[in-house]
Design a protein around this ligand. Structure first.
Ligand code: ATP
Ligand SMILES: O=C(O)C[C@@H](O)[C@H](O)C(=O)CO
Length: 338
């Protein structure tokens, strides 16, 4: 059990908002100056998470914009083929372009991403694209932080969150800090904090929370302090991720969970956060406690970092259970009152 209340009689489980993009992952290992071919996958952190929960069996939708070009059509077709409702994905006519993420795999543990986001179409979705009738159809919405980086996307996100709260739709906030999209870290901290105050579940790395708290509590690096700060607002569950060291989840009722980790030899390091979020959200929406949900997230992350792609590699629930079984069955996760 967990402390989230998902409304019944909703035909969608999760609506994700914001970035629909394209990943172009290098096929050769080494510096991108020397690689020559790339594999194309659906990309964009909220899109990856939406794919993840859909592949796990949740009914999902998306609010966002795509470019009126081949990449836009690729994205729409991918959502359609994945069974994701795309009725609220708008084809933008402004000439804005699909965000591209080129990924460099110098070694399995030394990877970096190069983002082309000039005039990115995902930041063009606006308040008119956010329909109250659509939001009220869903048990939860997912906000990915980069959507706060510029207007009109920024205002659209705040409008969606207000409509979600009005209809008791749970709000998940995956911080997903991507520096190249923002003017300054101070601006980021302000908008992320304003949003975090309104969300039910906040997921981020230690570094992302450090950035988020840089104005209000610049010296804090303590996870327990961070978690308790947001329970003073609307948060019910907080998750703080620490890479392959694992993660911690906290509940407003004072429980702290130490997440399982499934060590693997990675193909590439990125994609862990989106796959972890997908498994975690799925677990909470099944009614599991945060520890069990974290286990699904961690297993999903290990599977995805062992793969070349992010979206394509998102596992179904059977694959996750088979994977966990390799590690001598259910991983125990530590839980204690703090
Ligand atoms: N190399 C790894 N091996 C096994 N599990 C991992 C690895 N990296 C991450 N994980 C799992 O995935 C979770 C999320 O990863 P991380 O903390 O790196 O988030 P992130 O920085 O948002 O990910 P990303 O690199 O995709 O942006 C971790 O808490 C851990 O459970
Ligand atoms: O969020 C992005 O635009 C990049 C992702 O699509 C990419 O798969 C990644 O970096 C996941 O962590």
């Amino acid at each position: 059990m967990n402390n989230l209340v998902f409304q019944k009689n909703r035909d969608l489980d999760l609506i994700a908002l914001g970035r629909l993009a394209v990943d172009l992952n290098a096929n050769e290992m080494g510096p991108m100056e020397e690689t020559s071919t790339f594999s194309k996958y659906l990309g964009g952190s909220p899109a990856n998470i939406c794919i993840a929960v859909s592949r796990l069996g949740l009914k999902s939708g998306f609010i966002g914009r795509v470019a009126d070009d081949q990449f836009g059509r690729f994205i729409i077709n991918y959502l359609k083929d994945s069974g994701i409702d795309y009725s609220n994905v708008t084809v933008d006519e402004s000439g804005a372009k699909t965000g591209l993420t080129f990924t460099e795999i110098k070694s399995p543990t030394d990877c970096s991403i190069l983002m082309y986001r000039y005039n990115a179409v995902d930041l063009k979705f606006d308040i008119c694209d956010v329909k109250e009738e659509y939001i009220k159809r869903s048990k939860a919405i997912l906000i990915s932080g980069t959507a706060l980086a510029a207007s009109p996307s920024r205002e659209a996100v705040f409008a969606a969150v207000e409509l979600a709260r009005k209809h008791k739709t749970v709000v998940f906030f995956d911080i997903d800090y991507r520096p190249y999209t923002w003017k300054s870290v101070e601006e980021t901290a302000i908008y992320y904090s304003l949003l975090a105050e309104r969300c039910d579940v906040i997921i981020g790395t230690r570094e992302e929370f450090d950035m988020l708290e840089m104005i209000s509590d610049p010296d804090n690096e303590d996870d327990d302090v961070t978690a308790n700060k947001w329970f003073d607002y609307n948060a019910k569950i907080m998750v703080i991720k620490h890479g392959k060291e694992g993660s911690y989840a906290y509940t407003a009722e004072g429980k702290k969970y130490t997440g399982a980790v499934f060590p693997v030899i990675p193909v590439k390091t990125f994609g862990a956060g989106d796959s972890y979020a997908g498994g975690f959200i799925y677990g909470l929406m099944q009614g599991y406690d945060p520890g069990k949900a974290m286990e699904l997230g961690a297993a999903s992350a290990s599977i995805v970092v062992s793969s070349h792609s992010c979206s394509d590699a998102m596992p179904d629930i059977n694959k996750i259970h088979r994977f966990i079984k390799q590690y001598d069955g259910e991983k125990s996760y530590d839980v204690k009152n703090i």
